[in-house]
Unconditional design. Structure first.
Length: 79
């Protein structure tokens, strides 16, 4: 089914650690996308400066028009 007992019953601290690990992985992948490299650079955000989940506030939003402009292949980050 869709229930993942291990993930869905994590203690808050463990959940935050997992979320942060996945955030860092995602940020590592978006470095392969010109749009996100420019977006982060223009916002003065260095991925190495993201040290906690609270730092997610530093990351600029992607707007709907950005996604339209990059369609269909502008956001591919992995082969």
């Amino acid at each position: 089914m869709f229930w993942d007992r291990k993930i869905e019953t994590l203690k808050p601290k463990e959940l935050q650690e997992l979320q942060f690990k996945r955030l860092k992985k995602t940020l590592g992948l978006v470095q392969n996308v010109d749009f996100y490299r420019k977006l982060l650079s223009d916002a003065g955000v260095k991925i190495s400066a993201i040290k906690t989940l609270d730092d997610i506030q530093k990351i600029p939003f992607t707007k709907k028009q950005d996604l339209r402009d990059g369609y269909p292949f502008g956001f591919l980050a992995v082969p």
